[in-house]
Design a protein around this ligand. Structure first.
Ligand SMILES: NC(=O)c1ccc[n+]([C@@H]2O[C@H](COP(=O)([O-])OP(=O)(O)OC[C@H]3O[C@@H](n4cnc5c(N)ncnc54)[C@H](O)[C@@H]3O)[C@@H](O)[C@H]2O)c1
Length: 252
């Protein structure tokens, strides 16, 4: 494939390494200083674009790719209030869009286990409370992470006891004691505790707790490579397809 990288930061560079390893070409690299080059002329002949920028810029970049007929794999998080609009535009204009809040195969297995666990807890009427923790590097712009939001929404959709999520910054340990916290969550709120430290690529924990025991599902990214590989495989999957796709489509 002939590819374009929109956002040449940590993910853009990691994706480039994987593209080269898998025999693809990178013909265009767009970052802040040359962002005006993201246009039909520069995108001509591109088979797939990778959009990994910022919450403020993702939507416009995606629209440019869609309008220019370039299939686009987007991983930018923190802007999904406009995701439905982007999907509609893609479908209306006959484009191809792949969006995932997390491209790691392991995280998508975590999503699968999370859905199963929530369904089992609901079916058994078990007396567990649930909360979610996420840790990322200090340069991450959005909180909670897109992955934590996916975990929360997929849990809320399966548990009658939770109707919405609420983000707390201090970290999962503090949130675990939230009944003593003056900012305690309401019983129907699913707490997401977000922590920012060092260069952590991403740790996500789903914690079910009863008076007597605890169940923890945890995924830890050791190397961003897993995220970049997933994005490249998503672009390979998108080849020759039109429409809107997610990791569920890819994994099936
Ligand atoms: N879905 C996933 O699996 C996944 C994985 C990792 C990161 N992310 C998300 O992807 C995004 C990028 O992550 P990162 O770690 O590469 O961040 P980063 O800060 O290292 O890189 C982002 C790059 O985008 C550039 N940029 C900003 N505005 C731009 C514009 N208008 N056009 C082109 N480039 C522009 C920045 O200069 C920077 O180089 C974040 O939202 C992050 O949360 C998603």
């Amino acid at each position: 494939m002939k590819t374009a990288l929109i956002g040449y930061g940590k993910m853009g560079r990691e994706i480039e390494r994987i593209l080269v390893e898998r025999g693809h070409e990178v013909l265009l690299r767009i970052d802040l200083e040359n962002r005006a080059d993201l246009d039909a002329a520069h995108l001509a002949g591109i088979d797939a674009a990778f959009e990994f920028t910022t919450p403020a810029t993702a939507f416009d970049n995606l629209c440019t790719c869609i309008d220019c007929g370039v299939p686009v794999v987007c991983g930018t998080t923190g802007w999904t209030g406009r995701l439905e609009e982007a999907k509609r535009r893609c479908l209306e204009r006959g484009g191809a869009l792949f969006y995932a809040s997390n491209y790691s195969l392991g995280v998508n297995l975590l999503f699968h286990l999370n859905r199963q666990l929530a369904e089992a807890v609901e079916r058994l009427g078990a007396a567990y409370d649930v909360r979610i923790g996420e840790v990322h590097h200090t340069r991450k712009l959005d909180a909670p992470s897109g992955t934590a939001i996916t975990l929360a929404e997929e849990t809320i959709g399966r548990l009658a006891s939770k109707t919405r999520w609420r983000n707390y910054a201090p970290g999962i340990e503090r949130a675990a004691n939230r009944l003593d916290d003056p900012a305690a969550a309401a019983p129907d709120e699913l707490v997401i505790a977000s922590r920012r430290e060092g260069d952590v690529p991403g740790i996500h924990t789903v914690l079910y707790e009863s008076a007597d025991d605890r169940i923890e599902l945890r995924h830890t990214i050791l190397d961003r490579r897993t995220l970049a590989l997933g994005a490249v495989v998503a672009a390979e999957f998108l080849r020759g397809r039109k429409g809107v796709y997610s990791m569920d489509d890819l994994l099936q």
